[in-house]
Design a protein around this ligand. Structure first.
Ligand code: GDP
Length: 191
């Protein structure tokens, strides 16, 4: 599945622009700067497939990538911008809700969480939305190379406690470092 890399298909700003729901689909969600672009690039083995989208102006787009001829890998816009305009946030939430409710081919969401910080309120909001949309999700800790072992265990415990509150959550966490390549084969095999 990952042998051919991945190809950028399109950026979508409305449900009408979505490709047909005719492939296995997984999506990636996470706060801006969590390391989502870097992880997608590490997964697909492409250096700059997903570009860091750290500007509020680009928060609207849902990016579709193809994997072989059978899968879509979907990059949801980063959330949690400190000073994103209220109107932008509302538009983004509406699109996200429509996407999560409207893709029967969506098999799983991966919610990326910074291994240094653990889940934040905005992550829990996304998890609740996934519960409500009946989209099963799995938490992926990112940048695990940046935390010491003892600290990592604390974050893992906190994350597990958070996941236990969400019916759509898988109990298993995936710990990754795009920098070190940790967890990448696991994530690939899950997909
Ligand atoms: P995005 O906004 O979620 O797409 O985040 P990016 O992928 O742009 O990453 C944000 C910053 O974190 C960048 O400076 C990356 O180089 C850094 N980063 C991402 N993944 C890792 C990782 O696994 N380890 C370390 N040490 N840094 C990372």
């Amino acid at each position: 599945l990952f042998a051919t890399g991945g190809e950028f298909l399109k950026g979508v700003v409305a449900m009408s622009g979505m490709p047909p729901a005719d492939r296995v689909e997984v999506c990636f969600a996470g706060r801006s700067n969590v390391g989502k672009s870097t992880l997608i690039n590490a997964l697909t083995g492409r250096k700059a497939l997903a570009r860091a989208s750290n500007t509020p102006g680009r928060t609207q787009e849902i990016n579709f990538f193809t994997l072989a001829d059978s899968h879509y890998l979907v990059d949801l816009p980063g959330y949690g911008f400190a000073n994103a305009p209220v109107k932008e946030v509302a538009k983004w939430q509406a699109l996200l809700k429509a996407y999560l409710a409207g893709r029967p081919s969506l098999r799983r969401a991966f919610v990326l969480i910074d291994a240094r910080h653990g889940p934040k309120d905005v992550d829990e909001e996304i998890m609740s939305l996934l519960d409500a949309s009946a989209v099963t999700f799995q938490a992926v800790l990112t940048k695990a190379d940046k935390v010491k072992e003892a600290e990592r265990e604390k974050v893992l415990d906190r994350t597990r406690a958070t996941l236990a509150k969400h019916p759509a959550a898988f109990p298993e966490l995936i710990v990754t470092s795009s920098e070190k390549g940790w967890g990448i084969p696991t994530l690939r095999s899950v997909i």
